[in-house]
Design a protein around this ligand. Structure first.
Ligand code: NAD
Length: 435
């Protein structure tokens, strides 16, 4: 029996008792977990930075945002569990109750391990599921800390079990006795996960990559938009699913935007991720460096102008210089395939319609943003873009109150919001005819 299989069997045995606890007990346990995370924030931030190279200040940002997210789930899950009567007519009452899915596998990415992990396992546990959590192989120490704090808070060990390892451990987990899989990661792996789930006919949710566009409309303030968009592109070294990956700028304001954008990028401090003032640290995976080099080479060969960076940095670790290219076209891989690194392509456009066409010219559909003084204009543009999240005068933003979902290659299903709690429950429909 594989390690995952024996953990799944133990989870199967333990889950009914966990689900049978009064909701208030599970709530108290997860509240304690949130308090432990807060108390250990300093060491957890360092662990996260050591795991995957995120600058320490950004590890703190992730942990500082956690109470808001956990609080949302803790405050809202009981409503999702409440039975309700739907109709009563002709001697028959119709009612709904909700039951947990059972044993949930959570296969996770490394880029925001606290966010993408807790988005799944916290609502899953609150609604009475057992969880087999596979942290990324690039965020294992963080995964170990999550398990330790959950257990200390009172989640039984068999109700939350970490599964360590890389792809093979994930594949073995998918063959174990699970009822659902919630995956965050790349499209290529997501497709394998979906195939394995299809063979088993189990529920699957996928949060995958993005090629998120931002459009700076003619009426936007280019000097205000530029630093915000640069941060959206380079935060966490561009290793965010919703990082800005391509920028379209109206020709009338192009030069002013470009100058301010380059000013912002030149100001980013690259360095040791453990230094408090570092903005850009190393990439989590060394193999991403030659991949980014090949995107830059391809773009330059096809006519792009390299304005800043464009190469690995001569220092230990997988450092890639913040890189800006313009005169880009959609013939270049840089404008259509996920970069997942500190590289951005800019393109001049003549109209809103051209921007809409280019924004949609990708296999992905996670987020899209428009900078404009006019809300109506931004809404008109964004309603034509096939993406799960739409940003007006902002970008690279996630809220627990709103569903997080990708379209096309960006995923299936959703997390966050009350819908992201309900997805860990199955409805039971009651047809109750009085004798
Ligand atoms: P990845 O696909 O390499 O790995 C994700 C997880 O899958 C890891 O835990 C890995 O060990 C596991 N895995 C690998 N092969 C497997 C297999 N055959 N079966 C089962 N599990 C397997 O992705 P990554 O490098 O960890 O993450 C980066 C990607 O994640 C980017 O594309 C990014 O855009 C995406 N992402 C999306 C979101 C979102 O919310 N949409 C959030 C974060 C990251």
């Amino acid at each position: 029996m594989s390690g995952a299989e024996s953990l799944a069997r133990a989870a199967r045995r333990a889950q009914p008792a966990w689900a049978a606890l009064p909701a208030a007990r599970r709530k108290a346990v997860l509240r304690r977990f949130a308090a432990f995370v807060e108390r250990e924030k300093d060491s957890l931030a360092r662990t996260l930075t050591r795991d995957m190279g995120k600058p320490l200040s950004q590890s703190y940002n992730e942990l500082n945002a956690l109470p808001g997210r956990l609080g949302f789930f803790i405050d809202n899950f009981e409503a999702a569990l409440r039975p309700h009567s739907v109709r009563d007519a002709g001697g028959t009452a119709e009612a709904l109750t909700h039951e947990p899915l059972g044993v949930v596998a959570n296969i996770s990415a490394w880029n925001y391990p606290w966010f993408v992990g807790t988005n799944v396992f916290v609502p899953a546990l609150l609604t009475g599921n057992a969880v087999l959590y596979k942290p990324s192989e690039h965020a294992q120490a963080t995964g170990r800390a999550m398990a330790r704090l959950l257990w200390r808070a009172g989640v039984p060990r068999s109700v939350f079990s970490p599964v360590f390892g890389a792809g093979r451990a994930g594949a073995a987990l998918l063959e174990s006795d699970i009822d659902a899989v919630f995956f965050t990661g790349s499209v290529a792996t997501g497709k394998k996960v979906a195939e394995a789930a299809a063979r088993r006919l189990i529920k699957v949710q996928l949060e995958l990559g993005g090629k998120d566009p931002v459009y700076i409309a003619q009426d936007a303030d280019p000097l205000k938009a530029a630093p915000a968009v640069a941060d959206g592109a380079f935060y966490n070294a561009g290793q965010s699913c919703c990082a800005v990956e391509r920028v379209y700028v109206h020709e009338r304001i192009y030069e002013r935007f470009l100058e301010a954008f380059l000013d912002a990028v030149r100001g980013f401090k690259v360095g040791d991720p453990m230094d408090r003032d570092t903005y850009l640290g190393p990439l989590a995976r060394a193999e991403q460096v030659p991949f980014l080099e090949s995107q830059v080479r391809d773009a330059v060969r096809k006519g792009a102008r390299l304005l800043w960076g464009g190469r690995r940095l001569p220092r230990p670790g997988a450092f890639f210089a913040p890189t800006v290219l313009d005169r880009c076209t959609h013939e270049m891989a840089l404008m259509r395939e996920e970069s997942f690194g500190p590289v951005i392509g800019l393109m001049k456009v003549r109209s809103d319609d051209e921007a809409v066409r280019l924004m949609n010219d990708t296999a992905y559909g996670l987020t899209a943003g428009v900078y404009s003084r006019s809300k109506a204009r931004a809404q008109r543009i964004l309603s034509q873009v096939d993406a799960g999240s739409a940003y007006w005068n902002c970008c690279d933003r996630v809220s627990p109150y709103l569903p997080w979902s990708g379209r096309k290659d960006s995923g299936l299903g959703l997390t966050l919001s009350t819908a992201g709690i309900a997805c860990f429950l199955r409805p039971k429909a009651w047809h109750l005819r009085r004798p």
